[in-house]
Design a protein around this ligand. Structure first.
Ligand SMILES: [Zn+2]
Length: 258
């Protein structure tokens, strides 16, 4: 049975990839990286619930293996990968998870691990900018007939190949969150969308409306995920209000059930 290794966060984009491959007779090995985010317990809870729903879905044919949780402390040092990451980071503040996951995959022989970056609604992302500045990607079709992408090994720099060369990039690369939501709803996965977790800095268990993933979710038109007051605070922040003041007000809103 073909095996698909997928980085899963409990968010919409990587859940989309999980669902895509759940519909084939394959083995799925999900991986999750812990790095001390305040949202981790909500992400893990979301994945547990979503996995149950996927397994109950009538179109599910895949076997989903138990989630592997990667602890940063268990990831071996690798001067070559770390130096490559630091050079890429200098150019565009690339997130530290890419260094950790590249080292983990290299030392645990994890092949073709899927990232699920989504097409942004407006400005580019650090991930895309990094790939564009250091090479490119190439489109492929895999054994179950799905489109995916990898780093272009001819055009890309040695650093880019060291950090992303062993990874697969999901078909989400060519989709916006709106596209993902449409496909999932049309195929009977609407309930799962509502269980995905996206906020990095929740306030008493509620999405904050102000962190980067919340911003991307609002920009993608998924306003239904937030209360009216959270959208109002987001608009205040966008208009230049102090993040500290907005967070404090959000805290009070949540306590008041708004
Ligand atoms: Zn948030």
């Amino acid at each position: 049975m073909d095996r698909f290794n997928i980085m899963w966060t409990g968010g919409l984009d990587s859940t989309y990839t999980m669902i895509v491959y759940s519909r084939y007779e394959v083995e799925i090995q999900p991986y999750y990286l812990k790095n001390g985010r305040r949202s981790e317990k909500y992400e893990i809870q979301a994945m547990r619930e979503i996995e149950k729903d996927i397994l109950l879905h009538k179109e599910t044919k895949a076997k989903i293996l138990p989630l592997i949780i990667i602890e940063p402390g268990e990831i071996p040092r690798d001067p070559e990968v770390e130096a490559a990451y630091l050079r890429l980071k200098e150019e565009g503040a690339l997130g530290s998870q890419y260094d950790w996951i590249a080292r983990y995959a290299r030392h645990h022989d994890v092949e073709g691990l899927f990232y699920s970056p989504v097409k942004p609604m407006s400005s580019s992302t650090k991930f895309r900018s990094c790939i564009e500045a250091n090479g490119g990607i190439t489109e492929k079709v895999n054994c179950v007939g799905r489109t995916y992408f990898t780093i272009d090994m001819e055009k890309s720099s040695t650093d880019l190949k060291l950090i992303f060369g062993d990874f697969n990039i999901s078909e989400t690369f060519d989709m916006t969150k709106v596209d993902e939501e449409k496909v999932l709803r049309e195929n009977g996965y609407g309930d799962i969308i509502e269980k995905t977790w996206f906020c990095h800095t929740p306030v008493l268990g509620k999405a904050c409306g102000c962190c980067h993933p919340c911003e991307a979710t609002i920009e993608a038109g998924q306003i239904w995920r937030f209360t009216e007051s959270r959208i109002k605070r987001y608009q205040e922040l966008m208009a230049g209000a102090s993040p500290f003041k907005v967070r404090l007000e959000t805290f009070i809103d949540v306590i008041l059930g708004k």
